[in-house]
Design a protein. Structure first.
Lengths: 316, 316
């Protein structure tokens, strides 16, 4: 990114396209077009020098588009559409972060507290008009392990620490990062996994993370709550099911699954110790998308690599 | 309490009596007796100079007991048994606080997040195998008002602030107290009530607080979540029901009600916007009771008023 590039003609698609285009209408020197839902026409792509959306159209690679902005934080699908190799001259890929780390952290804290307070069991008792205190579930001093120490993982750690939890981050290299109490490398993590009360997956989907939460990793856990707010395909469903049966996992909260929506006949809908939410932990706020687009556009215009640029070699 | 008094013979009753007596067995100069559940014999009372339990036996007033320790934080029932007037020469009444403010704060935070995240609605959708994101409930910058700024209210404020909420305390005098962001007097509170997202009741039960959360107070609220972790009788049930119908209250979380257990035919069991839990937000930990008894005993032996002593005139 040593050359300066000022985006002047952006095509936007997806459910937030109209709202984002309206806000960008105020920006001098930047024209926008909103593509019809689910489709970006050849004419639009021929006109555009930049693109923003939740998905990346398959015909974008052969266009003159030099910059693609992902409206979401997860970019695995965008990378598949673009081709994952860091080809020289391909479009720059940037993403939205904004308020998402804090929102996802709040979701995780809410689910952890709901588990500790046994809110679902009390709700079932209320439905039966039963007034009966349950044995207190005291997590003691077992803490939380967060897999993934990027922006999302760090946001989760910040919120959980505010809630009084000790939070260990786990990644490939084990380098310290704020606000984690401690960061360990995955290869050194067995004791932390064995001792944790909650394991949170905040991983992007890459070749290294696909299926990482499977039999071998779950075998280290002891009666833990597992929360997945990363990517569904990081978890092996059969491995999770066995870990729920064997007591390694006491409860799984899944905001993401490998196929969304989850097929109607999947076992996870009805497992009494699985909580499903439909990929809502980190809502994309239009204002965050607008701010991210402006920030990236300005960096590109200065010939700098945007802070929100995706590392094509790493895949996130 | 200008005279020194060293308790030497304590009768304990209630579900924690045996565990607390065991721990107190280590204390030099202090003998204990565990009373049969629900009853304290005349012989035990004739022997005792001090008493600890969740309830206070009616025949205690005529005994030689000089110090009564309430195992719980709420002392309204104990005061009724003892007689509420600060009669000269009556027993000193102390109470347990310990980890309860933090536990109750965690309960409130969990319920507030469960409401914001709409966990109950997502659970209902899961039961029907429905994958459908709900419109995000963004509380914006509306904060939390906590009625009552004593130990429990302050504990709630501390936990909620850790969770990122702005917390206004409300009491009779309006004097600042940590860790509240702001404390206002109830008589000046109309604007704060109108603007709040969550109203938490952390009040003791006194003549001034009985029925305080009724029609007039609820009328100030606008689509607020109400959480009662104080005393059940602070809320007027008919006033709450009307406020739920009129939109002043969007959802009520009641850990306490005026009659516990709540009678089986009460409307609150089945109201879809009422969440009931059976008085579990602040579990009494035996270790906290033991620590409180020791702390109060030492203060009394020095001729000092224990920090955990109840003000008989105020009633808390």
């Amino acid at each position: 990114m040593s050359t300066r590039f000022t985006a002047r003609r952006m095509v936007l698609s997806g459910p937030l396209a109209a709202a984002v285009a309206r806000a960008l209408g105020e920006v001098p020197g930047l024209a926008t077009r909103v593509a019809a839902a689910g489709d970006v026409s050849a004419a639009d792509l021929a006109w555009a020098d930049s693109y923003a959306g939740f998905t990346v159209p398959g015909n974008l690679g052969s266009s003159a588009v030099r910059w693609v902005h992902a409206m979401a934080a997860g970019v695995d699908a965008a990378l598949r559409s673009l081709g994952t190799s860091p080809a020289v001259g391909g479009p720059v890929l940037t993403r939205t972060v904004g308020s998402m780390p804090r929102a996802i952290g709040t979701y995780v804290l809410g689910q952890v507290l709901a588990d500790h307070l046994q809110l679902a069991r009390y709700r079932d008792q209320q439905a039966r008009h039963v007034w009966a205190p349950l044995a207190n579930r005291a997590p003691g001093n077992r803490g939380v392990v967060v897999l993934g120490t990027g922006e999302i993982g760090a946001g989760i750690a910040g919120v959980l620490r505010g809630g009084g939890f000790r939070v260990v981050g786990m990644n490939t290299h084990g380098r310290a990062r704020a606000p984690f109490d401690e960061v360990v490398a995955l290869r050194d993590g067995a004791a932390h996994l064995a001792g944790c009360d909650v394991l949170v997956c905040a991983l992007p989907l890459t070749d290294a993370t696909r299926g990482l939460l499977g039999h071998d990793l779950f075998a280290h856990l002891d009666d833990a709550l597992v929360v997945n707010v990363g990517r569904g395909a990081c978890v092996v469903p059969a491995g999770l099911r066995a870990a729920l049966a064997d007591g390694h996992v006491r409860h799984a909260v899944l905001d993401v699954v490998e196929t969304e929506p989850l097929p109607g006949d999947d076992w996870r809908w009805d497992h009494e110790r699985v909580t499903l939410t439909p990929h809502v932990s980190g809502p994309t706020e239009p204002a965050d998308v607008v701010a991210a687009i402006l920030q990236c556009r300005e960096a590109l215009a200065r010939g700098e690599r945007p802070a929100l640029a995706v590392d094509l070699a790493r895949g996130y």
